[in-house]
Ligand binder design. Structure first.
Ligand code: GDP
Length: 361
């Protein structure tokens, strides 16, 4: 499955956040026999629709979609110089499908900042510089050879051009992601075999003091710093506390700082979206469940997430939109009202589709 690597300077609250994430680990609860790495937190993507489905279908269990966060320990500055920890750090980032930077905004004299002052802008620049330098090195290793090849092989010409463009962007100090060259999209295709770090989608977690959670001007400034990446604002210590409370107590604590939902819930949602994922829903007496698919997946591809045989033998999908199902109150009533659609192989799944697949075995 796809993973999001958590990175950041020392002392910004990465471990605190990661601990909060693992306290929320849904695997332990739902898949008791699953083995997970100690540096991976599997977090449920909260979806209140599942609770409503569970009520309608009398489901025994609710299984939300999940996002995997990987704690990428290690120093950041100097990582691109490629020694010891630096190499491991970069290799771990390379294996992630998105990069989540934790940025310190909280002020606390008892917690030392590695650079002596709290400055989100400088910290973001420090981390991005390492990633950019690593990408430039990767490019410098392959470009001379490809440039020579391109004089004989015409098909290499466009690849060389794309790599030279990427190099110019990086030399300006920009990440490829911020320039719209994103892993998995057509623009990044000529760069694919270089596995460049900054083509991965980025998201930013600002670890803020409680006052800043409701400071819209502050948040707008930070958002502008990181756009087009998304920004999440949370207090890592508070999240860690929340993860230990029952729902009612947690809500009370959240409301006391002007919040409705835990920051981790927002992080899970944003992370999921940043990975280019979406869900569709199934429901029955056993379980109400959200299944993870790529945005733009077709009905047979969606069926394949449940079982490869479902994809191979795909005939049709009976689809009811969640809104229609709630409005009519049951599958039978939705069918009677003409709200159940039979969709074929070409159908592109929509968010909130409640689905039953028909297939040959
Ligand atoms: P890491 O080095 O990035 O993993 O940072 P840690 O999670 O170990 O946190 C470093 C220190 O900052 C610890 O003493 C934490 O208790 C403290 N810390 C973490 N998050 C917050 C926060 O939101 N507010 C305050 N005041 N301290 C925090």
């Amino acid at each position: 499955s796809l993973t999001i690597g958590i990175v950041g300077l020392p002392n910004v609250g990465k471990s605190t956040l990661f601990n909060a994430l693992t306290k929320n680990d849904v695997l332990a609860a739902n898949y008791p026999f699953a083995t997970i790495e100690p540096n991976v937190g599997v977090v449920g993507v909260p979806d209140p629709r599942l609770n409503q489905l569970a009520e309608i279908f009398g489901s025994q269990k609710i299984l939300p979609a999940t996002v995997d966060f990987v704690d990428i320990a290690g120093i950041v500055r100097g990582a691109s110089e490629g020694e010891g920890l630096g190499n491991k750090f970069l290799a771990n980032i390379r294996e992630s499908d998105a990069i989540c930077q934790v940025i310190r905004a909280f002020k606390d004299e008892n917690v030392v900042h590695v650079d002596g002052k709290v400055s989100p802008k400088d910290d973001i620049e420090t981390i991005n510089t390492e990633l950019i330098l690593a990408d430039l090195q990767t490019i410098e290793k392959v470009l001379p050879r490809l440039q020579r090849e391109s004089r004989i092989k015409k098909d290499v010409v466009s690849q060389v051009k794309a790599i030279e463009e990427a190099q110019a962007i990086l030399e300006r100090g920009d990440t490829l992601f911020s320039a719209g060259i994103v892993q998995g999209t057509e623009k990044a295709e000529p760069l694919r075999e270089l596995h460049l770090l900054t083509t991965k989608p980025f998201l930013y977690v600002f670890n803020v003091d409680e006052e800043e959670l409701t400071d819209d001007a502050f948040k707008a400034d930070q958002r502008a710093l990181v756009a087009p990446a998304e920004a999440i604002f949370l207090n890592a210590k508070l999240e860690s506390d929340l993860a230990e409370l029952d729902d009612e107590e947690a809500l009370e604590l959240l409301q006391s700082v002007g919040q409705q939902d835990p920051g981790l819930a927002t992080l899970a949602h944003v992370g999921f979206r940043t990975l280019g994922l979406q869900t569709y829903l199934t429901a029955g007496p056993k379980e109400s469940r959200a299944w993870t698919i790529k945005q733009g997946a077709t009905a047979p591809e969606a069926a394949g997430v449940i079982h490869t045989d479902f994809q191979k033998g795909f005939i049709k999908a009976e689809v009811i939109s969640f809104a229609d199902l709630i409005e009519t109150g049951s599958v039978a009533d939705a069918r009677a009202a003409g709200k159940a659609r039979m969709e074929g192989k070409e159908y592109v799944m929509q968010d909130g589709d409640v689905v039953e697949f028909r297939f040959n075995v």
